[in-house]
Design a protein around this ligand. Structure first.
Ligand SMILES: [Fe+2]
Ligand SMILES: [Fe+2]
Length: 182
């Protein structure tokens, strides 16, 4: 197993989340119905899984390891990828703020919820594809076996501390995926 496989697998969970978010938005747009607890779940998943779990592996471990391993830093798209993470945070912050205001009775916020979450879905899909196709293959090429093993064990240590969080999220995603009419 390569260290990048861990990140690729996390992308699969993130894509599954984005697919159910997309479906929830269609339903919300049509009849203003929110699947039970879905936006609360989305907020927790984005904060704890995408940001604190997945993006932190990239920002705190992968990006700096790549910078060390690569002779030509200008070949690395890291600045753009960090910028993507910031932009994603901005979209979700705005979407979740609109959810809060909507839940307090401001119906005008429906449009903002739909628009910002849809921007986020599109943005993260594109961002993840770019990492899968460009960045992770780069890390596979640049890290020697010793370096990759070191990174893999850093990821695994983080995963071990978060097993209950990750299995909880995977279970909830599966529940929404199988929910009739979702
Ligand atoms: Fe990323
Ligand atoms: Fe990623």
């Amino acid at each position: 197993m390569k260290s990048s496989d861990i990140l690729r697998n996390e992308h699969i969970i993130i894509q599954r989340f984005l697919n159910i978010l997309e479906k929830a938005l269609f339903r919300f747009e049509r009849d203003s119905r929110q699947p039970p607890g879905f936006f609360e779940f989305s907020s927790a998943f984005i904060r704890d899984y995408i940001e604190k779990f997945h993006h932190s592996k990239e920002e705190e471990v992968l990006f700096s390891a790549l910078e060390k391993a690569c002779d030509y830093r200008e070949d690395l798209p890291i600045e753009e990828l960090v910028h993507d993470h910031h932009l994603g945070r901005d979209y979700t912050k705005k979407a979740l703020m609109a959810v809060e205001q909507y839940n307090r009775g401001d119906n005008q916020k429906k449009r903002e919820i739909l628009d910002y979450f849809r921007l986020y879905i599109q943005h993260i899909r594109y961002h993840s594809k770019r990492e899968d196709r460009v960045l992770y293959p780069m890390s596979d090429r640049l890290f020697d076996a010793k370096m990759d093993a070191k990174i893999l064990s850093a990821y695994k240590a983080q995963d071990k501390e978060n097993t209950s969080m990750t299995s909880y999220f995977e279970k909830v995603i599966e529940t929404y995926e199988n929910m009739p009419g979702f």
